[in-house]
Design a binder for this molecule. Structure first.
Ligand code: URA
Length: 242
């Protein structure tokens, strides 16, 4: 792929604009040689104004989403894209969020421009486990775990019972809940269904991936081995109907 096309695909501008970056001698190799559009250099060997390019096509990004940020390209700000390189929403294909977190939920959010990976992780058939830590308005009574694992609990207004979910109590008013579906406001509605109220919610894990020590508002590119482990876990969860 020509350099101008590679840059355009990463959201650095239209093809015309990225061609102009080359003619302005702003695009160089890693050792500083000015590149021409016809040069055959791949992503890792290209610098723009001396800086490496954004992550290559096919990357998966882990963002520690703060409360208040919306998972959308066009909603009322602040948007999760405000925390990322401004090229991300202009890439082709777009660097899209993998599912969504509510504006008032924080924690582990993935983005990718790999449509197959995105679909695998978000398809209703995938049943990828996701763990949320909830702070609650009321102390846990003790029977919530059993009700969540029963496979019979229904959310208000829905007729299909929830798949079994796992509850691990952390403190009197704090618990980790692992679910393998993605219904609308699911965690908040599950605690409402057992007479409690979620005060704050943070996603801490998705399949094999944990939020770890990534600071709030920060992001990083997943290693190839992390993506491979996620994909394997998602395929297994789909096969087992877990
Ligand atoms: N469940 C919720 O209620 N909110 C989220 O953002 C994710 C899961």
């Amino acid at each position: 792929m020509s350099i101008a096309r590679q840059l355009a695909k990463l959201g650095y501008g239209t093809r015309k604009e990225t061609e102009r970056l080359l003619t302005a001698r702003r695009v160089t190799s890693a050792d500083g040689a000015v590149l021409k559009d016809g040069d055959r250099v791949d992503h890792d060997g290209i610098r723009l104004d001396g800086a490496p390019l954004d992550p290559p096509q096919g990357s998966v990004i882990l963002l520690n989403k703060p409360v208040g940020y919306v998972c959308s390209t066009h909603d009322r700000p602040p948007l999760v894209y405000d925390l990322l390189p401004p090229r991300f929403p202009h890439r082709d294909p777009i660097m899209a969020t993998v599912g969504r977190l509510d504006a008032d939920t924080s924690g582990l959010l993935l983005l990718t421009d790999d449509g197959a990976v995105n679909h695998l992780l978000t398809s209703p058939k995938s049943h990828v486990p996701k763990t949320y830590v909830a702070t609650l308005a009321e102390p846990l009574r003790g029977d919530e775990g059993e009700r969540f694992t029963s496979g019979t609990l229904r959310l208000q207004g829905e007729s299909t019972p929830l798949l079994p979910a796992r509850l691990d109590q952390i403190h009197e008013r704090e618990a980790a809940l692992t679910i393998s579906e993605g219904r609308y406001h699911q965690v908040r509605r599950m605690f409402a269904a057992v007479g409690n109220h979620v005060v704050s919610l943070r996603r801490t894990a998705l399949a094999t991936l944990e939020l770890g020590t990534l600071a709030e508002g920060e992001w990083r590119v997943l290693e190839a081995s992390e993506v491979a482990a996620l994909v394997t876990a998602a395929r297994n969860a789909k096969r087992s109907g877990a």
